[in-house]
Design a protein. Structure first.
Lengths: 162, 253
């Protein structure tokens, strides 16, 4: 009985989200409304990322690379979940092309973060240096696509990772 | 027309490789680099830092008034003003670039360019591309930087005071704050800047450097992207736009 209740509780918001996504697809929200909605989704992920990667810089400096890998991998999981959650939000009609480019850039950022964690796990320092630079670069590129949207929590902020 | 073309070039240069951030219809950028780009791991070496930034509107109207600008960079202990001559700010007021240099050459610590806008008519704002000199100053016993801007057409001469604070904690060693609105008034409005700071000088027979940095990477690392600088543009009444930038730190043994 209790398990059923939990399932229903999980299912209701998911169905509501899918319904809102399909109903909004025809018209699309205004940009301001869209930004507000995404910021609400990104905020907990952004705060959780900061908590997850706390001390990573010191770990890298002390060459505790496997420990750093665990933290970066956790950040990647949070990041992927956030991207998946914001991807289903109906997009403003006028911004569809820009947002498609943004989501493509976010996909590349996710891959770069995964490769960074992988390089740390393998304790492959040259690869880590390269992947980390890629991750920063991809993050900046993603930001530049949506600079006019004025995101805060959905923006890539390298300071959250170092 | 020439001024507009010039400003267009400056802005596009400013935006090309820079980090961008936007909020409430304002788009701002920050770019930066450090020279030399390879630094020792253990001891600090003399460096020059170049920073550039731009402000523009994403909604067509002129950007809101900039009330304060804050620039953080360097590492703790990276700033040295010991024995460096100080230029009194009053000597720079209403001075041409030549007069400023004649009066304060020994305190020169940087140079660059600045683009300001006077939006008298919305369709054709007056743009002033001014040469900038930065001088070592002092305010209430603390180090300061007087940024002197001068242009002939249209005639522009102003001093933007940056008050420096040494930081003991956090990722940066120095923070520079300028009360832009209090210093410049309603006009002109900052659109773009590029400034290089740094100076080698001799004091008490010792060769010193205004800015010093090292690349404190672990032994097996040779290069890593680390925070170089952070800018905060505070507009009145809002928004505040903050942009941190990371750049490759390359270590030499």
């Amino acid at each position: 009985m209790r398990r059923t209740c939990v399932r229903i509780l999980i299912a209701v918001p998911v169905v509501a989200l899918l319904l809102s996504a399909s109903s909004g697809a025809a018209q699309g929200p205004a940009r301001q409304e869209y930004v507000a909605r995404l910021e609400k989704i990104c905020r907990p992920g952004s705060e959780a990322t900061q908590r997850a990667v706390g001390g990573t810089r010191a770990d890298v400096r002390a060459e505790r690379l496997r420990l750093a890998a665990t933290k970066v991998a956790k950040a990647k999981t949070i990041f992927s979940h956030t991207v998946a959650a914001i991807a289903v939000v109906p997009r403003p009609d006028a911004d569809r092309t820009t947002l498609t480019r943004w989501f493509t850039a976010l996909g590349r950022e996710t891959v770069a973060l995964e490769r960074t964690a992988d390089a740390l796990r393998r304790e492959d320092i040259p690869s880590f240096q390269h992947r980390w630079a890629d991750f920063i670069h991809e993050g900046n590129k993603a930001n530049n696509v949506v600079v006019s949207f004025g995101f805060n929590y959905c923006d890539f902020k390298p300071s959250r990772f170092v | 027309m020439a001024a507009t073309l010039l400003s267009g070039t400056a802005l596009s240069v400013g935006l090309a490789g820079a980090e961008q951030s936007g909020r409430d219809g304002v788009e701002a950028t920050l770019d930066g680099s450090i020279t030399p780009d390879r630094l020792p791991r253990r001891h600090a070496a003399p460096v020059f830092i170049t920073l550039s930034g731009s402000i523009q509107s994403s909604v067509g109207s002129p950007p809101p008034r900039l009330s304060r600008i804050e620039l953080a960079f360097g590492a703790p202990g990276g700033l040295s003003t010991k024995g460096l001559p100080v230029c009194p700010r009053r000597l720079l007021r209403n001075a041409t670039q030549r007069q400023a240099l004649d009066r304060c050459r020994s305190a020169l610590i940087g140079h660059g360019t600045i683009l300001t806008e006077v939006p008298l008519a919305r369709s054709r704002p007056l743009l002033a591309h001014a040469a900038v000199l930065a001088f070592n100053g002092e305010a209430r016993g603390h180090p300061a930087v007087w940024v002197h801007a001068y242009a002939t057409a249209p005639p522009v001469s102003f001093v933007l005071p940056f008050y420096l604070h040494r930081l003991r904690a956090g990722g940066f060693g120095v923070v520079m704050r300028a009360p832009v609105y209090r210093a410049l008034g309603r006009w002109p409005r900052l659109r773009f800047f590029r400034v290089t700071l740094g100076r080698r000088y001799r004091a008490d027979g010792v060769l010193r450097s205004y800015l010093n940095a090292r690349c404190p990477l672990p032994p097996r690392f040779h290069s890593l992207s680390l925070p170089l600088a952070r800018i905060r543009y505070e507009f009145a009444p809002s928004p505040t736009v903050s942009i941190p930038i990371l750049r490759a730190c390359r270590a030499v043994d």
